[in-house]
Ligand binder design. Structure first.
Ligand SMILES: [Zn+2]
Length: 477
């Protein structure tokens, strides 16, 4: 749970995919399933009249089935729909058939789900259409791909009249776009492209911690994907195992695109505020897509806490006063030991330059990296060194494979952090942070932050007072 956001930016793609998977999975498992399964809360939705100004004035408390919202608490990470599809024919206006059979408007649509191995002409053939119909539609289509690149699970809607002719065919292209082909009297097809208008809303969520943070967030109406992102954003500032207390409150503001009544997964988190007994954090998104405190300090680290991405057990902590039980002498432990299998990947926790590689009797194979003026990291007992002296390394770049060389009692990594030449505890040292907004970017951010925070506080007060599992939705633009 303590993976800094900035890990993501530096990872190579294949690692990124793995990490995202791990984060989502860990989040899902730790945050969601550590609590007892509970009854589905009824989702009351506090919806503001769409045309209202940002300040809430008309509030309608409505009760909707939870499945109406993307933020239904019942969905889990793996089940969350990636995609919302058109659910009924009413959602899109159908075009008036131009020169089509008179009977067309009264016909019902039928649906066909594309199967693996289907081809367009085979599908049409299964509807008893001659091959020429497939050819005519292909000829009319804006692109051959639209018709020929069908994926299993795609839905085709069609109308066949009394004489067996295919009079209308609807092909969906993504969420927003439908193509409707209608048959003309001459047997050719014309298509009409219909785009669903996207509306953008700000959604306000607020809740009180009772049980796990994940369960509390779900109760507040947040979806698992947004919860995972929030946890990621706050992860550098909040230790979720220690800092979360019953009665703490949180507020989340997201911006989401809606297609009519259908929420899409096109979501941006604008603000996350955690107001706890132990920790208070406000994170707001700036135009650069990164998250900052209201005064423009980044919440992301420029220095990763751990030089790896897995959870390895800390087997021996940093200790300047470790007393050797045998010799009764002080034998300080300048590093932190992590038990891990030989061959585990060790990554640069920050940008730097490799200043030393080699082999030493006690340290085994080792690497030392200088990070800027003040910091150095060292890695002992390696099985394989993958960088050379003088090499510039980027945060997240692989340095070596862990091992069991030198004086060890088992495979592990000995990880040291030095500040101005003095060993410090890598687990607790304050590490450099990324970015600070400055100048006009800061002025703009602060102005936006002021407005958003005020709205968020007003809405969150209302939500917490109403004690409903709801959220407030405001149309923007
Ligand atoms: Zn050690």
């Amino acid at each position: 749970m303590r993976l800094p956001q900035s890990y993501l930016h530096r990872l190579r793609r294949r690692h990124l995919a793995t990490l995202v998977g791990v984060v989502v999975l860990v989040t899902a498992v730790v945050e969601f399933y550590s609590s007892k399964p509970q009854a589905m809360p009824v989702s009351h939705t506090i919806v503001l009249a769409p045309s209202q100004a940002p300040v809430a004035s008309q509030v309608a408390l409505t009760s909707k089935p939870a499945t109406d919202t993307a933020t239904s608490g019942q969905q889990t990470a793996s089940q969350e729909p990636q995609d919302f599809d058109f659910q009924t024919d009413d959602e899109l206006p159908l075009p008036k058939p131009t020169g089509a059979h008179n009977t067309a408007p009264t016909l019902d649509w039928s649906s066909y789900t594309v199967q693996g191995g289907d081809s367009f002409s085979a599908i049409l053939s299964s509807w008893s259409q001659p091959y020429t119909v497939a050819q005519e539609i292909l000829k009319a289509a804006p692109s051959a791909d639209l018709v020929e690149k069908l994926n299993p699970g795609d839905e085709l809607d069609y109308k066949i009249d009394g004489s067996g002719d295919l009079v209308a065919l609807r092909i969906r292209d993504g969420l927003r776009v439908n193509y409707i082909f209608t048959r003309q009297t001459d047997g050719q097809y014309h298509y009409e492209k219909i785009e669903k208008p996207v509306e953008r809303y700000q959604e306000y969520f607020a809740g009180t911690v009772d049980g796990t943070l994940g369960a509390s967030a779900r109760k507040a109406g947040l979806g698992s994907k947004v919860i995972a992102q929030c946890i990621h954003i706050l992860g550098n500032r909040i230790d979720f195992a220690r800092d979360v207390r019953k009665g703490d409150t949180f507020t989340v503001v997201v911006e989401r695109d809606w297609l009519g009544d259908t929420p899409t997964q096109d979501v941006r988190i604008l603000l996350v505020e955690y107001h706890g007994k132990r920790k208070q954090v406000v994170a707001m998104r700036a135009d650069d897509g990164h998250y900052y405190t209201p005064t423009g300090n980044s919440l992301e680290l420029a220095f990763m806490r751990y030089p790896f991405y897995h959870h390895y057990r800390l087997t021996s902590p940093f200790n300047l006063h470790r007393l050797n039980p045998v010799t009764h002498r002080y034998a300080p432990h300048y590093g932190t030991d992590f038990g891990m299998p030989v061959g585990s990947h060790i990554y640069a926790p920050a940008d730097g330059v490799v200043v030393k590689t080699g082999h030493q009797r006690y340290a085994g194979n080792y690497v030392a990296v200088q990070h800027g003026r003040y910091f150095m990291t060292r890695y002992f007992h390696l099985s394989k060194i993958l960088v050379h002296r003088g090499e510039k390394v980027k945060m997240g770049q692989i340095l070596a494979l862990s091992g069991n060389t030198g004086r060890t009692t088992g495979p592990h990594l000995h990880y040291e952090l030095l500040y101005q030449g003095h060993p410090v505890n890598a687990m607790t040292a304050s590490l450099p942070r990324h970015r600070q907004l400055r100048g006009t970017a800061l002025a703009k951010f602060e102005a936006n932050a002021k407005v958003l925070l005020a709205e968020a506080h007003q809405n969150s007060t209302q939500l917490l007072a109403s004690n409903s599992h709801g959220y407030i939705r405001q149309r923007i633009q």
